[in-house]
Ligand binder design. Structure first.
Ligand SMILES: Nc1ncnc2c1ncn2[C@@H]1O[C@H](COP(=O)(O)OP(=O)(O)O)[C@@H](O)[C@H]1O
Ligand SMILES: [Mg+2]
Length: 391
């Protein structure tokens, strides 16, 4: 969807914070020149008022007006900094895309947000327009050399209240270098505790593995956000990730829990996407956000301009869906928010390869069924050592 498609519905087009007037060399085509190829966000907001025009474009226009009207409208702030680990050991499921776009959405709605890029590929840094060539001080210096986080944080130019700790290619070696260091699983946690700037959210973009970098993120955070791509095999590997979360909670970080599952790359035209979404919702009813992120050309184009979709095409379905997802996350975490209800009666039923049951005492905590011992034997060998060394 493009800006002009809702121009007739309100005067908000030119008042979007983050939309630019200057045109950088690699600026994407002007919005007026674009033709949308997007599917629409399958939002399920029951509060959507009567539609002006009951066509797909009309409905999208209506949502754009509403969502854009909300940019700058403050969300409730969490009582303490929420450290959210965006993890899934599968590659290409939308971890980085989700991290940067959620972070921008939260910041544009008034929060102070830090993104920590923990993937040696540095894709989150790229998407936020942050320089991350080899000489740039980065998360590698924090983890391996103990440099203070404050020395490597950079502001994101386009979005007020958004900051980034970049990753450089050096990080590729950190997985091995960390093994011989003291307190190798809690180096990120230490750095975050020592960072004194006020923050509402820290979002950590994990690499596609369950090694020491991801373990550092899980030890530093309280919440895990799992993006799930609405494709075949969506749930494959999820059991392993949940086992790792269980292990880290048992041995290293008792506060850790899976707070949020986000369906990504949802294509409303395919039955498969609907089936996957239904299956994930049936297992994790309390954690899955109502908002799913649609497959969107604008979302995939934005990083090549060093932008999030929020500034690249604010009125697109991808931008709106991330704004809405951010809003859900903020409201759930607010005092007295939906989080209190989350977890009750969640997740039974059978997954393709295993079953998960919610722990009635701890919202967001899952155990596998049939009851099998959750212990270090489920971890990759080097992570078993990691866990045991810490006891
Ligand atoms: N909602 C979406 N619509 C279209 N493309 C997407 C969407 N989300 C992610 N992508 C694209 O899919 C690829 C993988 O996404 P990415 O966020 O890098 O995954 P991960 O970090 O899990 O490896 C990227 O090329 C990204 O641009
Ligand atoms: Mg990534």
């Amino acid at each position: 969807m493009t800006s002009e498609s809702y121009a007739g519905h309100g005067a908000l087009v030119n008042s979007v914070p983050g939309s630019r007037t200057a045109t950088p060399i690699n600026q994407p085509p002007r919005q007026a020149d674009r033709v949308s190829r997007e599917t629409l966000a399958p939002m399920q907001d029951s509060e959507t008022p009567a539609l002006i025009d009951d066509t797909p474009i009309g409905r999208a226009a209506q949502r754009a007006v509403e969502a854009l009207g909300r940019i700058g409208e403050a969300l409730p702030r969490p009582a303490e900094t929420r450290v959210v680990v965006v993890a899934n050991q599968k590659g290409g499921v939308g971890k980085t895309t989700t991290t940067v776009n959620l972070a921008a959405s939260l910041a544009m709605q008034g929060a102070r947000v830090l993104v920590i890029d923990l993937d040696p590929q540095g894709n989150a840094s790229t998407a936020l327009g942050i320089d991350h060539h080899a000489e740039v001080p980065s998360i590698y210096d924090v983890l391996v050399d103990g440099k203070p986080l404050a020395d490597v944080v950079q502001p994101v130019v386009d979005v007020e209240g958004l900051f980034c700790v970049p990753a450089t290619i050096d990080l590729a070696g950190a997985e091995i270098e960390l093994v011989s260091l003291v307190a190798r699983e809690s180096r990120l946690q230490k750095a975050l505790i020592a960072y004194e700037q006020p923050l509402d959210y820290v979002l950590i973009d994990c690499p596609p593995s369950l090694g020491l970098l991801t373990v550092n993120a899980l030890v530093a955070g309280q919440e895990v956000l799992i993006p799930i791509q609405c494709e075949y095999y969506a749930l494959e590997g999820l059991g392993q990730l949940l086992r790792n979360v269980d292990l880290v909670r048992a041995h290293l970080n008792p506060r850790l829990h899976v707070s949020t599952i986000l369906l990504t790359m949802y294509d409303a035209r395919t039955r498969l996407a609907a089936q996957v979404a239904e299956e994930v919702r049936s297992h994790f009813s309390a954690e899955v956000l109502r908002t799913a992120i649609p497959r969107s050309v604008r979302i995939s184009e934005a990083p090549s301009y060093g932008q999030t979709v929020l500034t690249y095409d604010p009125g697109s379905s991808g931008s709106l869906s991330y704004l809405e997802a951010a809003r859900e996350i903020a409201l759930r975490g607010a005092p007295g928010g939906e989080q209190a209800a989350a977890g009750a009666g969640a997740a039974t039923g059978g997954a393709p390869d295993e079953q998960y049951v919610a722990d009635p005492a701890s919202p967001g905590v899952y155990h596998q069924q049939p009851a099998q011992s959750i212990g270090p034997q489920g971890m990759p060998a080097h992570e078993q050592n990691t866990m045991e060394g810490n006891r």
